[in-house]
Design a protein around this ligand. Structure first.
Ligand SMILES: [Ca+2]
Ligand SMILES: [Zn+2]
Ligand SMILES: [Zn+2]
Length: 185
């Protein structure tokens, strides 16, 4: 969890003032009782509204509640926003625990855009405690990232097409950053 927390803080620090303001606004909207902190029930309400019911587990709330005082302050809440929006809101498909650290993902499902991804925690993978399709090739999340780069570089045959593809992807990343704190509201 500490790694994601550090990433969330670093991400937030590099946001333009406009996005930081949006994050404050989202926090205020979440804080229905206006006491400056998010209670478990405010947290659950927010996630239900965001259709992220997987995340309403008390165990995830407790992970976010770094100081263990039973509520989320703004610094703790930005970690939630980061997890929700960066695509890190992943739960082990086998044991349903939040994937806070390294995990394994089926590479066939990952690169096939018509199916959903399938990721499992290291314990379930190591213990062969999962059921998935035959001949699945599992890679850890870092390896998948490197493979994605190779896939981008290998995909286009014509150079022109390649530039477009890379532009599409980097453009997409820029859009993501821009919409980051808009979409948490
Ligand atoms: Ca707290
Ligand atoms: Zn698991
Ligand atoms: Zn698969």
């Amino acid at each position: 969890m500490e790694e994601i927390r550090r990433a969330a803080v670093a991400y937030y620090e590099n946001q333009p003032a406009k996005n930081k303001k949006l994050a404050r606004k989202a926090f205020k909207a979440m804080d229905k009782s206006r006491d400056g902190k998010i209670s478990l029930s405010e947290y659950v309400d927010y996630l239900k509204k965001k259709k992220a019911s997987d995340f309403t587990h008390q165990s995830i709330f407790s992970l976010l509640d770094k100081d263990g005082n039973g509520s989320l302050d703004f610094e703790e809440a930005i970690v939630l926003y980061y997890i929700m929006q960066s695509g890190r809101a992943l739960i082990c498909k086998s044991c349903n625990t939040f994937l806070a650290g390294a995990y394994f993902s089926c590479s066939q499902c990952f690169f096939n855009d018509s199916v959903s991804t399938y990721e499992i925690c290291c314990e379930c993978y190591g213990g062969k405690n999962f059921k998935h399709h035959d001949c699945a090739i599992f890679c850890d999340n870092y390896t998948l990232l490197r493979q994605s780069r190779s896939a981008i570089q290998a995909a286009p045959i014509k150079k022109r097409r390649k530039r477009h593809l890379v532009a599409d992807i980097t453009g997409g990343v820029a859009d993501l950053a821009l919409n980051f704190y808009c979409s948490i509201m």
